[in-house]
Design a protein around this ligand. Structure first.
Ligand code: ADP
Length: 517
């Protein structure tokens, strides 16, 4: 939170009173910017707005004296009865500008002056008329009440004015920030998606001026396929339930140009319980281009690597066969090591190629009928050399044959099993469970390893995502396996998920429909 304090000197009275204020007149005020919204700091205190005592009582003395002079003239000219009303004006003036004490002081002073006038009017007779006594007593009570009421009123008005002023300043600042942002389109829509405000950035990005878009529906910026999918309305609904929704999709400018955008919708529920939404759009064209270049590079590099790696593998196999009967044990040992490294390289290149295919949306499936129990057993057999101290336990079975791409499902199993071994260096067991539930089979791979912290569970299926371990180098990998596996399962219309607890191990699940559709 950014918090800033500053001196505040700007009220009507400031300009009237000017330099009579004491040094303590300035009020320390605070305002804060929290989560993008400027708000008033409630700790401000208007009572610090005090006049100099000289000025406060000075006003009372001047006001009462003026009232006395006017009264004196009236008494001398017409011998009128002492009019307390004029003194009451002096009390009002004093209480308003000088506060309750000045009001009371003016009341007392007025009574003294009234007595003085009374003696003048009654030719210095020392007896006081009881009627005059009662009137001055009533005037004293009136003065007291008026002073109290006026002081409270004045104080409330002062507070209200200050609060309003500060609020206006905050709003103005906030508006300026929002309106002048150029790199982001920031606008608001009402609960039905109709645009209610529009900043400069939105005008620059979309080509629409505020006059053209205010009151129109924000689906205006979506391409037709997104409108057909109902994306604008789905986003609003999600923001309404989750307070926020975010997507990356194309947006269309006034001139019809489509650009890749990141869009965040945040709901702001108003006091009347109607929803309003703020929408922030960022042009991601540049980043999208970079990603495209990176994807192209991965595709080209993996294709270029594939041929030499395959040739090297073939040559190594030939050499291994030739040296099989040789007495040169060292040559055989190194050729075997070379072969193992080439397998790893082939695996890596294949993964890179798969990632490119997934990105391009053309991963093909070769659907056949196969026995899942057999596939699990064969896959485990092929991995026996993976770890000296891990053993695999198979629990349950699947009763029917299923339809799917056997090699691709085998690839998923290999990924889950190698991960289970890799991420449980201090455990010795991996449990594979098979079961059938109606029209689908459920396979799980359970390990007793390092587990996955909660905040990463949803992210490990993302491309190139790896959990940051305290000792990251301990577990080699590129974060492609789970991304490819999840895509293979998705293409089979299956589901996948993980249950895990840090330091307690993980269980990776996937389900497959028995009949591929
Ligand atoms: P890689 O293992 O090559 O890094 P994966 O896509 O197979 O890539 O896995 C992604 C991330 O998920 C891994 O980096 C690891 O942090 C986490 N992970 C996967 N399997 C397990 C597991 N069995 N136990 C703990 N963490 C795992």
């Amino acid at each position: 939170m950014i918090t800033k304090a500053y001196s505040f000197v700007n009220t009507q009275q400031d300009s009237i009173i000017g330099s009579f204020f004491s040094g303590s007149r300035s009020v320390r005020r605070g305002f804060g910017v929290s989560q993008g919204i400027l708000r008033l700091n409630p700790s401000w205190n208007t009572r610090a707005f005090t006049y100099h005592p000289l000025l406060r009582y000075g006003i009372a003395v001047i006001a009462v004296n003026i009232a006395t002079i006017v009264n004196l003239l009236l008494v001398l000219a017409w011998g009128a009865e002492i009019p307390f009303l004029l003194f009451l004006s002096a009390v009002i003036l004093s209480a308003w500008f000088g506060g309750i004490r000045a009001g009371l002081f003016a009341t007392l002073l007025s009574i003294v002056m009234a007595y003085y006038l009374y003696f003048i009017a009654s030719n210095s007779s020392l007896t006081v008329n009881p009627h005059f006594l009662i009137r001055s007593l009533v005037f004293g009570i009136e003065g007291f009440l008026v002073s109290g009421v006026l002081y409270t009123m004045h104080d409330a008005i002062k507070k209200y004015t200050l609060k309003n002023h500060e609020l206006r300043k905050s709003e103005e600042r906030y508006r300026m920030v929002v309106e002048t942002v150029k790199d982001y389109a920031i606008y608001t829509v009402n609960s039905n998606g109709y645009i209610t405000s529009w900043n400069d950035g939105a005008a620059t990005m979309s080509g629409y001026s505020s006059q053209e878009v205010l009151g129109r529906h924000f689906s205006l910026f979506f391409p037709l396929d997104e409108i057909d999918k109902g994306s604008p309305w789905l986003m609003l609904r999600q923001a309404m339930t989750d307070a926020r929704s975010e997507i990356e999709c194309y947006q269309v400018t006034r001139g019809g140009r489509a650009f890749w955008a990141n869009m965040v919708i945040t709901s702001m529920q108003e006091a009347n319980s109607l929803y309003e939404f703020s929408i922030i759009v960022r042009d991601m064209t540049e980043r999208k281009e970079q990603e495209k270049r990176k994807d192209e590079f991965i595709t080209i590099a993996s294709h270029e690597l594939k041929t030499p790696v395959t040739s090297l593998k073939v040559f190594t196999q030939v050499l291994l066969r030739q040296y099989a009967q040789s007495v040169d044990k060292n040559a055989i040992k190194y050729l075997h090591k070379m072969d193992i490294q080439l397998d790893r390289l082939t695996h890596l290149v294949n993964d890179l190629l798969d990632v490119s295919k997934i990105q391009a949306g053309n991963i093909d499936l070769d659907i056949e009928d196969f026995d899942m129990n057999e596939l699990v057993r064969d896959t485990i057999d092929s991995l026996q050399g993976l770890s000296a101290h891990h053993h695999f336990v198979i629990r349950g079975n699947v009763l029917t044959r299923i339809k799917g791409d056997k090699d691709r499902i085998g690839q998923v199993l290999i990924n889950f099993l190698t991960n289970a071994v890799k991420y449980s260096p201090n455990a010795d067991e991996v449990v594979v469970s098979l079961s059938q539930d109606g029209e689908k089979v459920i396979i799980s791979v359970k390990d007793f390893g390092i587990g996955i912290p909660n905040e990463y569970k949803n992210r490990i299926f993302e491309r190139f995502f790896r959990v940051k371990h305290s000792d990251n180098n301990q577990f080699p990998g590129l974060g492609m396996g789970l991304f490819i596996s999840s895509e293979i399962i998705r293409r089979h219309n299956g589901a996948f998920w993980v249950e895990s607890e840090k330091d307690r191990g993980s269980t990776f699940y996937f389900t497959l429909p028995i009949q591929y559709e």
